[in-house]
Design a binder for this molecule. Structure first.
Ligand SMILES: NC(=O)c1ccc[n+]([C@@H]2O[C@H](COP(=O)([O-])OP(=O)(O)OC[C@H]3O[C@@H](n4cnc5c(N)ncnc54)[C@H](OP(=O)(O)O)[C@@H]3O)[C@@H](O)[C@H]2O)c1
Length: 316
């Protein structure tokens, strides 16, 4: 490439690699924040074209297209399991990547996966939205104003931080050796919540709540729970039979679990254990009977066994 062409190439915008949910959502959100998206690349040209249509700009190219290397910024939004192999294959497309920035969006991977680009002169980094993106259109909305972990070489980090600012978000850094831990924390509260809400929806249907009310009702409930957690933290936001020490209700729940959702028994048991630990001395053991059955005040995790406790904590 001649010098003039190289200079021109470096003024070009972003190339997104991976026309999936985050790729499309980021493309649209970035365009909306005046960041030019030039191209969207995929292994399947038809999907890449559809993604370009959704983003509302940029053209579709195949992963093997040499044009990819002429972009100033490459963002890999491919599935976690292929970031390394896709990066390795793309990096080989040109000898010199200097002046370019290459980012990935996987929350649990460090920068080593982008080493093939770095060795060829690129500045590398990562940016990961602490956000859930079940579809491109929800993501295009929810990526604005969200929290992002950002990492990388100085130039790459500066670019990613600028994007986050343009999107009205907040960024923070996670050391490479704690990325998986960070990502686990997201896993613990998002897909798990959806799975539990889905289970709850099934039980509510069985209990006779009108179908049209179930999702809005669950949504209101979980939104309020999240708000209370944000305002007060876990211990104070915790409600329900565990902090109340209402073991009889827990026993009734256990009976329903055995009858309608036996597969949830181990999950329920472990959650009750964690709640007991969280509630700590907030656990209010009212009534002699309950206290006798549930001698859990204080060191709840060291509690002795009782018949009711076994019903809830040890039923398998
Ligand atoms: N969705 C979220 O909530 C979310 C949130 C934060 C971060 N992320 C991160 O965003 C990245 C993408 O996730 P996503 O949810 O957008 O996934 P996705 O919708 O499944 O999209 C994955 C993309 O990767 C491409 N791909 C998969 N295998 C490939 C291969 N062998 N070679 C080339 N391309 C391949 C797919 O190509 P095809 O289109 O041809 O199938 C697709 O475009 C991941 O790193 C993920 O951790 C996702």
């Amino acid at each position: 490439m001649r010098r003039r062409d190289a200079a021109k190439a470096q003024t070009r915008g972003v190339t997104i690699i991976g026309p999936g949910r985050l790729g499309q959502a980021m493309g649209k959100a970035l365009r909306g924040a005046s960041v030019p998206v030039d191209a969207i690349a995929g292994r399947n040209l038809r999907r890449a074209r559809r993604a370009a249509g959704f983003i509302g700009g940029g053209h579709a190219v195949r992963l093997s297209d040499s044009e990819i290397g002429s972009g100033a910024v490459i963002v890999l939004t491919v599935s976690d399991s292929v970031v390394r192999t896709v990066a390795r294959a793309l990096a080989r497309q040109r000898e010199d990547w200097s002046g370019r920035v290459v980012l990935h969006t996987c929350g649990s991977l460090g920068l080593a996966v982008l080493e093939p680009f770095r060795q060829r002169g690129a500045a590398v980094g990562s940016l990961h939205p602490f956000q859930t993106i079940p579809s491109p259109s929800t993501g295009a909305r929810s990526l604005r104003g969200c929290y992002w972990s950002v990492d990388g070489d100085r130039k790459a980090r500066a670019l990613a931080e600028d994007w986050v600012k343009r999107l009205g978000g907040k960024s923070f850094r996670i050391p490479a050796d704690r990325k998986a831990l960070y990502h686990l924390s997201a896993f613990l509260v998002c897909p798990t919540t959806v799975t539990l809400m889905d289970q709850s929806e099934r039980l509510l249907r069985r209990a006779g709540v009108p179908a049209r009310m179930i999702r809005p009702m669950l949504s209101q409930f979980v939104t309020e729970t999240a708000r209370n957690f944000a305002d007060w933290g876990g211990k104070k936001a915790l409600t329900g039979p565990v902090p109340r020490g209402d073991w009889e209700t827990l026993e009734r729940h256990a009976a329903m679990l055995r009858r309608y959702s036996p597969e949830l028994i181990p999950v329920h048991r472990e959650l009750v254990r964690l709640m007991l630990r969280l509630a700590g001395n907030r656990t209010n053991l009212r009534g002699k009977r309950a206290s006798a059955k549930w001698p859990l005040r204080g060191k709840v995790h060291k509690a002795r066994r009782g018949p009711a406790r076994s019903a809830i904590l040890t039923t398998a």
